[in-house]
Design a protein around this ligand. Structure first.
Ligand code: SF4
Ligand code: SF4
Length: 304
């Protein structure tokens, strides 16, 4: 009923589940009634509102008389599944006789609405053989309490089932935690391997880039040396051309000087010849020439 009301409020009015209707009953309260209380309200406040009599209270049960849980502390807050709170007197819940050993009567099996084997589940839960209890469909148990109610040995069977379920849930949670840790470890290892691989690839790329740069620098140096060799040979060629031009100029000057000298010699020889001619027909006595003079004159005449 409370769940249906909560669904209606959520769908029709958009109201979240912040409160629910809870039944406060039992012979230990003066005014048993249904209350709409906010989730989180301590049970002690609800019991005080309904007039709790502490001296008549024997057991405080959250839930129904068959499936409810006995609580010791009334300060526990209500939750969204708290639908009933029973403040039972000693007359309603007399003290349970001590549990006896299972006699395998099979009465629990006969009343189980889910057709389980309550005595077998009890056996496995007591021996902490939780895997076997799981295989016997422990989690199909709806904890109705019928088996405990009919048990002639007064065995709190439902308590055993709840204990076994709690232990199995705890083991499953630990297993999930271990699996999650293992997955995280494997993911971390894979990530580290990936990072190492990427690092290695980057290192190789840097090495290749450095090798390329080195080769480019070497080529640049070789090209520079070749160009400097060409440039250094060009001045030699220019120098040779310049020297050739100077030599030609000097040759021209020498040829000109030679021609001038030859012209000068010719002029002088012509003057000498004139002088000789002028001397030859004269009546004046000829100077006496020595052999040396005569050879010299003869030589110059031949040259002219
Ligand atoms: S408490 Fe579980 S095992 Fe016992 S009768 Fe109910 S459903 Fe069956
Ligand atoms: S009813 Fe009790 S005694 Fe009988 S078989 Fe079940 S657990 Fe055992």
């Amino acid at each position: 009923m409370g769940t249906t009301t909560a669904v209606y409020d959520a769908v029709q009015h958009g109201k979240p589940l912040v409160s629910r209707v809870i039944t406060i009953t039992g012979q230990a309260v003066a005014h048993p009634q249904n209350l709409e209380a906010r989730i989180g309200t301590p049970f002690a406040d609800l019991l005080e509102y309904c007039g709790l009599s502490e001296q008549h209270l024997a057991r405080l049960i959250v839930g129904g008389p068959m499936m409810g849980l006995t609580i010791e502390n009334p300060q526990i807050p209500m939750i969204k599944t708290s639908n009933c709170l029973i403040a039972g007197s000693i007359n309603e819940f007399p003290a349970q006789p001590p549990a006896q050993a299972c006699i395998r009567c099979g009465m629990c099996e006969q009343v189980c609405p889910v057709e389980l084997l309550p005595q077998q589940l009890h056996w496995f839960a007591k021996g902490r053989e939780f895997e076997k209890a799981k295989h016997h469909n422990l989690f199909d148990c709806i904890e109705c309490g019928a088996c405990s109610y009919v048990c002639p040995s007064n065995i709190p069977l439902v308590q055993y089932y709840r204990f076994a379920k709690g232990e199995i849930r705890k083991e499953d949670a630990e297993q999930r935690k271990a699996d999650h840790a293992r997955l995280r470890f494997e993911a971390r290892q894979a990530r580290q391997e990936q990072e190492q691989l990427e690092k290695e690839l980057r290192r190789k790329a840097r090495a290749e880039e450095a090798a390329k740069n080195q080769a480019a620098k070497r080529d640049a140096v070789i090209t520079k040396q070749a160009s400097s060799t060409v440039e250094s040979s060009e001045p030699d060629l220019k120098q040779l051309k310049t020297n050739a031009a100077v030599a030609r100029t000097k040759l021209k000057k020498a040829e000109k000087a030679l021609s001038n000298a030859q012209a000068k010699d010719w002029t002088e020889s012509m003057l000498c010849r004139k002088r000789l001619i002028s001397y030859r027909p004269s009546l004046t006595p000829q100077p006496r020439l020595t052999n040396r003079h005569s050879r010299h004159l003869l030589h110059r005449q031949r040259r002219l």
